[in-house]
Design a protein around this ligand. Structure first.
Ligand SMILES: NC(=O)C1=CN([C@@H]2O[C@H](COP(=O)(O)OP(=O)(O)OC[C@H]3O[C@@H](n4cnc5c(N)ncnc54)[C@H](O)[C@@H]3O)[C@@H](O)[C@H]2O)C=CC1
Ligand SMILES: O=C(O)C(=O)COP(=O)(O)O
Length: 467
């Protein structure tokens, strides 16, 4: 059956997702085949007066132990919230995602095209983390699914972890501690260093890299950084022109780039060869950025004096025994190395960061679900109008997500032109455009007519009407 998410190859808009309900206690409906309304939210019309949609009809699935702060905000809105501590294997994720309007994830849940294709009712994804590489952002945008994240609420936590790791590596604290646990007293100073006066090379000078820069300089380190963009240095840090230049000069190299095609195996055999003998590598970015066999080789050959890994190419879905999962590719080869700190992707895992992320992403979701506001979306144009005046009767907010092709605004305004448009805004991002208009003095039949007319336009991706 065609759904509201389909973009017809023929250009003809497809059917529709929700039923019209006049019942004051209506619950979520499965898409009826003969329904005549489309879009992401159930329409609710009370006799005589238009009513806002019912938040209780919204179904949300939260995976990966999203913080209580976010859960409280979402349940406080009256949405139906299902919470799970871990991520889900693909087959179970596909089953679950078919039914929900909103999904909240962290870095583990992969929302690929295959998964999103099944998400027939999905309006919006909340990434309760910084990275959005786990979501097919382009597919989501082309199907009118907004994606939000928290761009910097855990940056400080990651930077502090890296500072701890720099000192831990320089003083071989991990090995000394392990030895003490095994009953060995091993008091040594050989190849143990102060970090004062050493050079830290930061790869990727964004939110985390620049925070790290400030902390490292405060401890007496010299900072150099490499970034694809030309960025203002903080303090006395200096931008260098290439990764090679950074690797040749740095005593410690810390990676803070996103997962992209360009950053895959950014640190491989050639790059390790460029590094100073006795230097250290820290990766708290994404597991794909470091070629692990090349790292093992560099550590065994003495090129590196130590390394810290917080992220891995494949990470387990849940806490527990990982030996049967992702890390067994390298097994003893990796685990047997000296002065290698392994942590289970905890860079952003502090109370402060998780609480702040919970609030920030949940707030973005509520704004989008209730008001259609896309501010801070990572894949749709950022569009905002002041809050819908729900107190005023017979107002409606029309949201039209469409392909960015010539002539759409003229057609939309022909449709809206029969009504009193109080405010209107439109913006585009690549192939996708987002239009929002508030209309007043509309009755139920006007809304139905606006909706049907917008649905009949060949540019349509998704129509929502909120009131
Ligand atoms: N370990 C953990 O728990 C966490 C890991 N992360 C990871 O850290 C990454 C970085 O986070 P932020 O600093 O917030 O991101 P950001 O977007 O603020 O900064 C990334 C920087 O990398 C630069 N960059 C991109 N491609 C590059 C390339 N090929 N070569 C050199 N520079 C390049 C960008 O220009 C940008 O300045 C995130 O994408 C995420 O994958 C983020 C938070 C927690
Ligand atoms: O914020 C990020 O991108 C992170 O890597 C942290 O991910 P997490 O929320 O711990 O799954």
């Amino acid at each position: 059956m065609a759904t509201a998410r389909d973009i017809s190859q023929s250009g003809a808009p497809k059917a529709v997702s929700y039923s019209l309900s006049a019942s004051p206690t209506a619950t979520f409906h499965s898409p009826p085949s003969n329904s005549f309304l489309s879009g992401g939210l159930p329409l609710r019309i009370a006799p005589k007066q238009l009513k806002p949609f019912n938040t209780e009809d919204i179904k949300i699935l939260l995976l990966e132990n999203v913080n209580q702060t976010g859960r409280d905000i979402l349940t406080g809105q009256g949405y139906q919230v299902e919470f799970m501590k871990s991520s889900l294997p693909e087959d179970q994720l596909i089953e679950k995602i078919r039914d929900v309007h909103v999904i909240g994830i962290r870095s583990k849940t992969k929302l690929t095209e295959k998964v999103l294709r099944e998400a027939k009712n999905l309006l919006v994804v909340g990434c309760f983390c910084i990275g959005t590489n786990q979501v097919d952002l382009d597919y989501a945008a082309k199907h009118g699914i907004a994606v939000f994240n928290s761009p910097f609420a855990n940056s400080r936590s990651v930077a502090e972890l890296v500072i701890a790791e720099i000192i831990t590596l320089a003083r071989q604290l991990g090995d000394r501690s392990n030895e003490m646990h095994r009953g060995t007293w091993n008091k040594v100073s050989a190849k143990c260093w102060e970090i004062r006066g050493k050079t830290l090379g930061i790869v990727g000078y964004g939110h985390i890299g620049s925070q790290l820069s400030v902390l490292a300089e405060a401890m007496g380190m010299s900072v150099i950084y490499y970034d694809v963009q030309s960025l203002m240095a903080i303090g006395s840090a200096k931008q260098v022109p290439s990764l090679d230049a950074l690797l040749q000069d740095a005593d410690f190299v810390s990676l803070h780039v996103p997962e992209t095609a360009e950053t895959k195996n950014m640190m491989s055999i050639k790059q390790f060869e460029q590094m100073k003998t006795g230097s250290y590598l820290i990766n708290a970015s994404r597991g794909t950025v470091v070629d692990i066999p090349a790292l093992i080789k560099a550590m065994r050959g003495g090129k590196l004096a130590g390394a810290a890994l917080d992220v891995y190419p494949n990470e387990p879905a849940a806490n527990g025994d990982y030996f049967n999962g992702s890390l067994n590719h390298w097994g003893d080869e990796l685990l047997g190395l000296q002065n290698l700190i392994l942590t289970p992707h905890i860079g952003g895992s502090t109370e402060e960061a998780q609480r702040a992320i919970g609030v920030e992403v949940a707030d973005s979701l509520v704004r989008y679900i209730n008001q259609g506001i896309t501010l801070a979306s990572v894949n749709l144009p950022e569009v905002s109008l002041r809050s819908l005046t729900l107190e005023e009767p017979n107002h409606a907010r029309v949201i039209y997500i469409h392909r960015n092709v010539p002539g759409v605004l003229r057609k939309v305004n022909e449709i809206l032109g029969d009504h009193n448009v109080d405010k209107q805004i439109s913006d585009s991002k690549g192939d996708i455009a987002y239009l929002m208009a508030d209309v007043s003095d509309v009755k139920a039949e006007d809304i139905r007519s606006i909706r049907d007319s917008l649905d009949s336009l060949s540019s349509r991706i998704l129509t929502r009407v909120l009131y």
